[in-house]
Design a protein around this ligand. Structure first.
Ligand code: NAD
Ligand code: MG
Length: 389
């Protein structure tokens, strides 16, 4: 029996990013299974135009209004409709012309369109982890209400999701999230204090967007992923463990009540979890490189150095305390990362900024959606005020 998967119409929110481009690679190799119906970008109008000419989507959205005219002109003779501006993302997410949204916008900006798609009853392939970090309770509640599956794209969560297939009756003892350790694995604060943008962007195993590359270097990425996992898999905070695994071959594990551990493995290639999420519940053949057990390989595991990488401690606090604290952590982190990328603050200053924002913004135990937006804005303003002029 073959897997007679129906053609899926995909909306890629963030098609010009690292995840978006790799998703289009996957789609290009399976034209009978996936149709790219909607593509969106914020600033990179040239790439969006090229993607539109190649993939002929029904709709494109360019977020930056200044670039709208150029995109409209370039696509004037095609059948692709062009929408412009931030509001258009939500408008398009509310449409009926697609089956699944690949949420691949980076940061808090991904929350509103993703929520719109959930309320619209569309399946979500979720790369934008910040959506769940900020408002996981709200988003998961809406997903249940609208019977919307949220299929993780993040490699660790895809691994856990895959390990849980067929285990619905069985209790999870804990999950073990693997972390590569990033480019500064083994380094100490006396080294990190002098680290600059270009150095932080050199990830040993994965080629990713700038924000997540810095998050990987500070280990905030793993902190965000702990919170993401809590919501995706309905876990208690004490059921989430992080282990450093520098080779990024084993993508995460689930330990069940009987002590048995299931792991999912493969080469570090984001096209694998992207394809898995787009095609779920099917697996489809591809020609991506395979991991070779015949080569001499070492797979190693160790505890993270939380004295040096304090972001993991802050994220663990946010995970345990919940409420609006993960939202505040995320907002301050976004400001800190972009300030670091512009050489405005040092590598270690990022953690101090986040810590201060977490102390400053009043704690709310059960925030409404509006209160999440307020907490986000307050944390951003406070963190920005810490950047010296
Ligand atoms: P990226 O920076 O390469 O791309 C981001 C995309 O979002 C671009 O298409 C950009 O146009 C769009 N965008 C940026 N700001 C926007 C805004 N304000 N409004 C609307 N659109 C906006 O990022 P990426 O590395 O592809 O990551 C995307 C998401 O996927 C992030 O949440 C990241 O944590 C997650 N993720 C990425 C990887 C990876 O390997 N890159 C792995 C796991 C998870
Ligand atoms: Mg990940």
């Amino acid at each position: 029996m073959g897997n007679s998967m129906p053609v899926k119409r995909i909306a890629i929110f963030g098609s010009t990013g690292s995840i978006g481009k790799q998703a289009l690679d996957v789609i290009a190799s399976h034209p009978n299974r996936f149709v790219p119906e909607i593509l969106t970008a914020q600033n990179n109008e040239d790439l969006l135009i090229m993607q539109a000419l190649k993939f002929k989507p029904n709709i494109v959205v360019i977020g930056n209004e200044k670039k709208g005219h150029k995109v409209k002109q370039a696509l004037a003779t095609t059948d692709t409709k062009v929408f412009i501006g931030e509001q258009a993302l939500e408008e398009v997410a509310a449409m009926d012309c697609y089956d699944m949204m690949l949420a691949a916008i980076v940061g808090f900006a991904g929350l509103k369109p993703t929520l719109q798609a959930v309320e619209n009853g569309k399946a979500i392939a979720l790369a934008n982890k910040e959506t769940l970090v900020v408002a996981g309770d709200y988003v998961m509640k809406k997903a249940v209400e609208n019977k919307v599956p949220i299929i993780p794209v993040d490699s660790e969560h895809s691994a856990i999701f895959q390990c849980l297939i067929g285990e619905t009756r069985n209790k999870i003892e804990k999950i073990i999230l693997t972390a590569s350790g990033g480019p500064f694995f083994g380094k100490k604060p006396n080294f990190l204090v002098n680290v600059k943008r270009d150095h932080a962007l050199q990830h040993p195993n994965w080629d990713m967007g700038a924000k997540i590359s810095v998050d990987s270097a500070t280990l905030m990425n793993k902190g965000l992923e702990m919170i993401e996992a809590k919501w995706l898999f309905n876990l208690r905070p004490d059921q989430v463990q992080v282990v450093i695994h520098p080779q990024s071959i084993l993508h995460s594990m689930v330990q069940f009540e009987d002590g048995g551990i299931k792991a999912q493995m493969g080469l570090p290639d984001m096209r694998l979890p992207i394809q898995y999420a787009l095609a779920f519940p099917y697996r489809i053949a591809n020609k991506f490189p395979r991991y070779d057990f015949k080569k001499p390989n070492v797979l190693s595991f160790e505890d993270p150095d939380i004295k040096t990488f304090r972001n993991l401690v802050l994220a663990t606090q946010a995970l345990h305390k919940g409420g609006n604290l993960p939202c505040v952590l995320n907002a301050a982190n976004e400001i800190a990362v972009y300030a670091f990328l512009r050489n405005r603050i040092g590598f270690l200053d990022m953690t101090d900024m986040i810590e201060q924002a977490m102390e400053h913004v009043p704690y709310i135990e059960q925030p409404t959606l509006e209160e999440y937006f307020d907490s986000d804005a307050e944390a951003r303003n406070f963190a920005a005020s810490l950047i010296k002029l």
